[in-house]
Design a protein around this ligand. Structure first.
Ligand code: BES
Ligand code: ZN
Length: 456
């Protein structure tokens, strides 16, 4: 059977595939850091060269931000678009890394071999699983399994500012029958998961100002308002004692879980003790009347991602600061409207300000939640293909993270997306010591070969 030939080629070529991934991982493509601009272009060029080696007509396309990589290859059967992102998160705090984040290493761990380095899991390793499957297919068959458009973004980790205009300008070129997005993980690190719903994301940065300069807290303390007191009071009001978010009208558009989905999720028997236990926690912190799986997949959240102000250096300084700052983000579900929630949050904050105190806001991205249609036959075909590779039936699952491109493919190109990926819960995405299991990489490549075989 020709699929077997492709799979054994993948097995034999794994060391070379790992070497290629390591090369890509050495490029410091941190999209949010202006100092990495050249490196982002370098990562795009590296991918273009690799695709060209596979006979793909590939280009690095300029945008006002980092380039998009677009490649086309002809073939019979369905036209699919594959999406991944080549940009990565910043590496700080650098001192918590055991090795240089951009000098990736293969490590033996108690749970098997891992590739350690920034972007190994999110998303360069995942992106390359698809490319490697195409490489093996081409080597075995002399051509690609079907018509494929490759689409790699370099700004995903910084809010994709160029994505919507690029999709709008290149609608006809990019529209395919179905998109595959590889930027998610396995359920409980074992079960292949096809993601059917994603949470949206709204970011807000706020600066609270009281006095017009920093003050001596002995001379002014007690008389002058401290903006950190105001800020912390407001942030403490975000949740009530049951974990419910108190911004007015926040829950408008939050649906109850349909019975069918609730049953599917129940059958997954999510073990929250293990999930939390792995990171040193035990007690679910969301709305107390909701199950742990709802808390991460289908309920909205409010989180303070950063808070600063006053003196935070070594030693001690009796300062009464003029300003206090926080970054707050909301994960959104269902029909929650990010813009309405932004307005409501800002009004709610302003209503809590005492005399003499002002606030300034800076918005950071606003994307609604996404609901995937699973009507395309590729979903059932892929489900069977994934079951064969992983030894577990593939689950239709939720994802607590946000991948706005899925919604844009649908809204702008009229194209459904299937989200699958091979990351594990302990990959430490966005954190120090990010890793990707060699098993994820290897079986991920094999999974794509099986999916491509099943849909063509
Ligand atoms: N790959 C992640 C999304 C993800 C997170 C998948 C967790 C599976 C589990 C993606 O690159 C990401 O981090 N997205 C950002 C949103 C973006 C708009 C900055 C996120 O979810 O915070
Ligand atoms: Zn990602």
């Amino acid at each position: 059977m020709s699929l077997d030939a492709v799979l054994s080629r993948i097995d034999d070529d794994l060391p070379n595939a790992i070497d290629r991934l390591m090369e890509l991982l050495r490029i410091q493509s941190i999209s949010t850091d202006p100092a990495c601009k050249t490196q982002c272009s370098k990562a795009a060029d590296w991918l273009v060269a690799d695709l060209k080696g596979l006979g793909v007509d590939a280009q690095s396309r300029e945008t006002p931000g980092h380039p998009m990589v677009v490649g086309h290859v002809e073939g019979d059967g369905p036209h699919i678009l594959f999406y991944g992102h080549y940009d990565v998160q910043p590496v700080d705090p650098l001192d918590l890394w055991d090795n240089d984040p951009f000098d990736p290493q293969i490590e033996d761990t108690a749970k098997g071999k891992v590739i350690r380095g920034r972007g190994s899991s999110d998303d360069k390793g995942q992106l390359m699983t698809f490319v490697e499957a195409c490489r093996a297919w081409k080597a075995e068959h002399g051509k690609m399994p079907c018509r494929i458009t490759f689409f790699f973004e370099g700004e995903e980790e910084s809010g994709s500012p160029s994505l919507v205009p690029f999709l709008e300008e290149n609608k006809d070129e990019l529209k395919a029958d179905l998109a595959f997005i590889c930027d998610t993980g396995l359920f409980e690190s074992r079960v292949p998961a096809i993601i059917t719903q994603l949470r949206g994301l709204l970011g807000e940065e706020m600066t609270i100002t009281a006095a017009n300069k920093d003050l001596h807290s002995g001379m002014f303390g007690g008389l002058a308002m401290n903006p950190i007191r105001v800020l912390s009071g407001i942030l403490a009001n975000l949740h009530d004692d049951n974990g419910r978010i108190q911004v007015p009208n926040f829950y408008v558009g939050v649906p109850e879980l349909p019975a069918e989905i609730a049953d599917q999720w129940k059958a997954l028997e999510f073990d929250h003790s293990e999930f939390l236990g792995d990171v040193g926690l035990s007690v679910p912190a969301g709305e107390q009347d909701r199950s742990p799986i709802e808390m991460i997949w289908s309920r909205p959240t409010a989180d303070v991602n950063g808070i600063w102000g006053g003196y935070t250096g070594d030693g001690f300084k009796t300062v009464l600061p003029a300003q206090a700052h926080a970054k707050v983000s909301f994960r959104l579900v269902g029909q929650q409207d990010p813009h309405t929630i932004r307005d409501s949050f800002r009004a709610w904050v302003k209503a809590q300000l005492p005399a003499d105190v002002t606030v300034e806001f800076n918005g950071h991205g606003a994307s609604a939640a996404g609901q995937m249609s699973t009507a395309h036959p590729a979903f059932e075909q892929s489900r069977a293909a994934l079951g064969a590779e992983w030894g577990h039936e593939a689950a239709f699952a939720g994802c607590g993270g946000s991948i706005p491109v899925a919604g844009h493919f649908n809204g702008i190109l009229g194209m459904d997306a299937m989200l699958v990926g091979w990351g594990k819960d302990d990959d430490q995405l966005h954190s120090p010591n990010e890793k990707y299991d060699v098993e994820s990489f290897h079986k991920g490549i094999r999974s794509w070969a099986r999916i491509l075989d099943a849909i063509t």
